[in-house]
Design a protein around this ligand. Structure first.
Ligand code: 8OZ
Length: 375
């Protein structure tokens, strides 16, 4: 039976273990430019099997929160290059999460103070995060406008362009397309946000069209073996829901199976919340079986509320990788701590979003002598 500490080959990557750092939004990139402090944070965690960066905007239109990084400007790419160099110098592997927020944005964050874009003009009952005069606050998202079908090739182009520069300019080992948590691609997928009457709305095949176009474009740029995707079938995050997620997501993974992806990353339950949602049941094993049956060969990565016991159980039940969010945030040496059953630092919620080194790069690792003794 595989353990969390067994190596795994995924695409071109030799992962030393099956422990992945989940994407975590931290709002510490003023003007969307990654900083040296961010390099410190990621390199501290380089012993993970794989690091997935915080969600990173593919375009100015894809921005929805203050001080989240981007991947569409030279300074942004240069900032990321310093981070990937630091991680590689520490023998780690790092992919960037490609993000377009869609309707989860605010006019203050949009080019020319325009309306955020969405499949349909339906406001999400959720909040975004703004920083004004150095003070952060949560604000309701703005009313979006429905994207014209003529604009969709431009969005696919933005993903393609971001993926190309992520690998060739910023030095990432690959990319993860963020199609979860109620952002643009999830908005297109799900009936709660997509009321379109064109080829991108209505049937499951139509609602999945934009995601599949984006995936083919990204794979065409960087190769399937360097591409993953994150899905969250039933999360209520950002006011999203679907009437029939089981059929929707089984269709999506069947369509993705021929692309030779590195991995599928599934958020089980409510992102950052309960793994079971009473009125939103979902059979994740059936989703995985649909992917395998259709020829999907990449790794199956699971996420949400895992601890060591649950993670080992998931590996025994057919998962290949487990991603950890809050535990990774608070434990730079999570691999050693899990291996040695050492106590975990608790995460401090008050420093999740925004700020500096406090609650970011100052979580202690075990003393080297102690971690040596425990191994
Ligand atoms: C927390 C705060 C802001 C954004 C996600 C990118 O849920 C996020 C996010 C999380 O995927």
């Amino acid at each position: 039976m595989p353990s969390l500490f067994d190596p795994l080959r995924v695409g071109p990557w030799d992962l030393p273990n099956r422990i992945v750092m989940a994407p975590l939004t931290r709002n510490r990139a003023p003007d969307a430019i990654p900083t040296p402090l961010m390099a410190e944070y990621y390199l501290q965690r380089a012993s993970a099997g794989l690091l997935i960066t915080e969600a990173t905007a593919i375009s100015a239109q894809g921005q929805g929160y203050a001080d989240v990084p981007g991947l569409y400007g030279t300074e942004q790419l240069d900032g990321w290059r310093r981070i990937t160099d630091a991680v590689h110098a520490h023998h780690g592997r790092i992919v960037v999460q490609l993000w377009h927020v869609g309707r989860v944005s605010h006019v203050d964050l949009q080019p020319h103070a325009g309306k955020p874009v969405a499949p349909s003009a339906i406001t999400a009952k959720t909040k975004t995060y703004l920083i004004k005069d150095g003070v952060g606050s949560f604000a309701p998202t703005s009313e979006p406008r429905a994207l014209d079908s003529e604009e969709l090739p431009g969005i696919v182009h933005d993903y393609r362009h971001a993926a190309r520069h992520a690998v060739s300019t910023a030095g990432f080992d690959g990319v993860e397309v963020h199609a979860a948590n109620g952002y643009l691609l999830d908005q297109f997928l799900k009936t709660g946000a997509n009321k379109r009457t064109d080829d991108y709305g209505g049937s499951i095949a139509n609602r999945a069209r934009l995601l599949l176009e984006v995936m083919r474009a990204v794979v065409g740029e960087v190769g399937g073996a360097r591409t993953g995707v994150r899905l969250s079938p039933v999360t209520p995050a950002n006011d999203i829901h679907d009437d029939d997620p089981q059929h929707l997501f089984e269709y999506v993974v069947r369509q993705l199976a021929s692309l030779g992806l590195a991995y599928i990353h599934v958020v089980e339950g409510a992102t950052g919340g309960p793994r079971e949602i009473e009125d939103r049941p979902f059979d994740y094993a059936a989703m995985r079986n649909a992917w395998r049956k259709a020829g999907g060969k990449g790794a199956w990565m699971v996420n949400n509320g895992y601890d060591k016991r649950l993670a080992e159980h998931a590996l025994q039940s057919g998962a290949d990788l487990v991603s950890f969010g809050r535990h990774y945030l608070a434990n730079p040496d999570l691999v050693t701590r899990l291996r040695t059953d050492a106590p975990l630092n608790p995460p401090d919620k008050s420093t999740f979003y925004g700020g500096g080194a406090k609650g970011y790069t100052d979580y202690p690792a075990l003393a080297p002598a102690l971690s040596q003794a425990l191994v």
